[in-house]
Design a protein around this ligand. Structure first.
Ligand SMILES: [Zn+2]
Length: 223
C-alpha cells in the first residue's frame, strides 16, 4: 500500500515561517531558525533597505542563504489605495531590486498591511508573482485553494496553542498538515519575547515526519 505523502521528502507535515519588513531584527531571528533547522521566507521592502533600523542591501544574500527572499513592495503602501500603475511599479521595481541583490528570481510577495483586492491580485500576477501571503490567520493547517490568497496558520504571538494542536496531529497516522507561522522580527524585540520563538522552534525541531521548507519550496511542490 502506498501512502500519499503531501510534502517534500515524503513527509506528511510541513513547517514554514514568513516574516515581513526586513528590519535588522531579522538577523537574530535567522540565527534562531538556523540553529533549529527551520526555514522561512523574508518579505523585503527594497526601498527601505539601508535606512535606520532596516537591513543593508549587501547583508541580504548571506543572511538569507537557505531561506527565501520575497517581495513586500518597494515602499510598503496599502496597495488597495493606489492606482494600478503604482501597484505595478511597486512590485516590478521591488522584484528587480531584490533580484539584483540576491541573484535569483523573486516569485512571491506578502501584501503590505495584509490588504488586497481583485485588482491587486491580478496586477501582482501580471508582474510575475506566483503566490502571496496574507495576514488573516486560519488557525488550521490546510493548503490554499488560491495561492495568491495564502493565509497563514497563525501569527507567532498565538503560535503556542496552534503549535501544540499541530503536534497532536502528528500522532494521527492519516493526518497531514502545514503549519505556517508569520510575523515581524521587530515584535520580538519590542515585546522582549525572543524566548517565544526559541520555544516555538524547540517544540517543532527534529521531527522525522516534518519537512522544514521555505514558502516557494512548498509552493513548487504543491502546485
Ligand atoms: Zn509589512
Amino acid at each position: 500500500m502506498s501512502e500519499k505523502s503531501l510534502f517534500p521528502g515524503n513527509k506528511r507535515f510541513a513547517v514554514t515561517f514568513s516574516y515581513d519588513d526586513g528590519t535588522v531584527h531579522d538577523k537574530r531571528l535567522v540565527d534562531i531558525l538556523n540553529e533549529n533547522g527551520m526555514k522561512g521566507t523574508f518579505h523585503i521592502n527594497s526601498g527601505r533597505l539601508g535606512s535606520a533600523g532596516f537591513l543593508k542591501p549587501e547583508e541580504l544574500r548571506s543572511l538569507f542563504a537557505g531561506h527565501e527572499i520575497s517581495s513586500h513592495t518597494v515602499g510598503h503602501y496599502d496597495l488597495t489605495k493606489v492606482s494600478e500603475d503604482i501597484i505595478r511599479d511597486e512590485i516590478i521595481k521591488d522584484k528587480a531590486n531584490l533580484e539584483n541583490i540576491c541573484g535569483y528570481p523573486i516569485r512571491s510577495m506578502s501584501y503590505p498591511y495584509g490588504t488586497y483586492n481583485d485588482r491587486v491580485i491580478r496586477t501582482a500576477q501580471e508582474c510575475g508573482i506566483e503566490y502571496s501571503r496574507c495576514v488573516n490567520s486560519t488557525g488550521s493547517f490546510g493548503i490554499p485553494d488560491d495561492f495568491m490568497v495564502w493565509r497563514p496558520s497563525c501569527h507567532h504571538r498565538d503560535a503556542l496553542v496552534t503549535v501544540n494542536s499541530f503536534l497532536r496531529l502528528l500522532s494521527d497516522p492519516g493526518a497531514t498538515g502545514l503549519l505556517y507561522i508569520w510575523g515581524h522580527s521587530f515584535e520580538f524585540e519590542r515585546n522582549e519575547n525572543w524566548s517565544l520563538i526559541e520555544e516555538i522552534c524547540t517544540l517543532l525541531r527534529c521531527h522525522e515526519d516534518i519537512c522544514y521548507a521555505t514558502g516557494i519550496e512548498l509552493f513548487d511542490f504543491l502546485k
